[in-house]
Ligand binder design. Structure first.
Ligand code: 13P
Length: 254
């Protein structure tokens, strides 16, 4: 299968210049599978993007954690897709549940952001995921399908999109989805693409898992057939991120 394993590190709102330099030097020294086996993208806060881009090994890439929904202008505090392109930042994370929940980003708003970022040439890690309440009421698939549909209504080319399934109840809680739980939702999402977009997109889009991934649980998740990688929060700030990247080898031999 032609889906290259993808490991993203979402540093969220963490780090000082010194800490960022330390993380980057750990990454730069890490022994990981070659770029034809795994694609690695780390996402520092905006203010550290140029620093990380300059210091980071060339086989790893950087992502912003957000960008504005339209062309830049009088939008105090925002960062535009054009600026990211200007700085040579190839990726952006959009629709993270922390922004959906805390900043009230709607499915439609996220869809517009994804479409605009893609139109400017950025590659997008688009996040979807259900809350604990939604899971317990049995609406998980419905929720992630609606989130994906709002993107699909505005996007026609999926080549530059990685979809991150991140159940909200698993984020930062240490309560990782079981391999079976992750596989089930990834399978349902791929089925959704097959039915609503095309068999080609369903077969090629990378669907990655996020939520309490660490060096100890990544291998058993990686081996699931519809899990194409990870979006890692807390553990991406630690040396164990290298072990998570190495779980791509499991996939290769699977
Ligand atoms: P944790 O790995 O800290 O649970 O965070 C996951 C996440 O939100 C990545 O975007």
């Amino acid at each position: 299968m032609a889906r290259k394993f993808f490991v993203g590190g979402n540093w969220k709102c963490n780090g000082t210049t010194e800490e960022v330099k330390k993380i980057v030097s750990t990454l730069n020294e890490g022994q990981v599978p070659p770029p034809d086996v795994v694609e690695v993208v780390v996402s520092p806060p905006f203010v550290f993007l140029p620093l990380v881009k300059n210091l980071l090994r060339p086989d790893f890439h950087v992502a912003a954690q957000n960008c504005w929904v339209k062309k830049g202008g009088a939008f105090t505090g925002e960062v535009s897709a054009e600026m990211l392109v200007n700085l040579g930042i190839p990726w952006v994370i959009l629709g993270h549940s922390e922004r959906r929940q805390i900043l009230n980003e709607t499915n439609e708003f996220v869809g517009e952001k994804v479409a605009y970022a893609l139109s400017k040439g950025l590659k997008v890690i688009a996040c979807v995921g259900e809350t604990l309440e939604q899971r317990e009421s049995g609406t998980t698939v419905e929720v992630v399908a609606a989130q994906t549909k709002a993107i699909a209504e505005r996007v026609s080319n999926w080549a530059d999109v990685v979809l991150a399934y991140e159940p909200v109840w698993a984020i930062g809680t240490g309560k990782v989805a079981t391999p079976a739980q992750a596989q089930e939702v990834h399978f349902e999402l791929r089925k959704w693409f097959h039915a609503n977009i095309s068999p080609e997109v369903a077969a090629t889009i990378r669907i990655i898992y996020g939520g309490s991934v660490n060096g100890a649980n990544s291998k058993e998740l990686a081996v699931q057939p519809d899990v194409d990688g990870f979006l890692v929060g807390g553990a991406s700030l630690k040396p164990e991120f290298i072990d998570i990247i190495k779980s791509a080898e499991v996939k290769k031999s699977a």
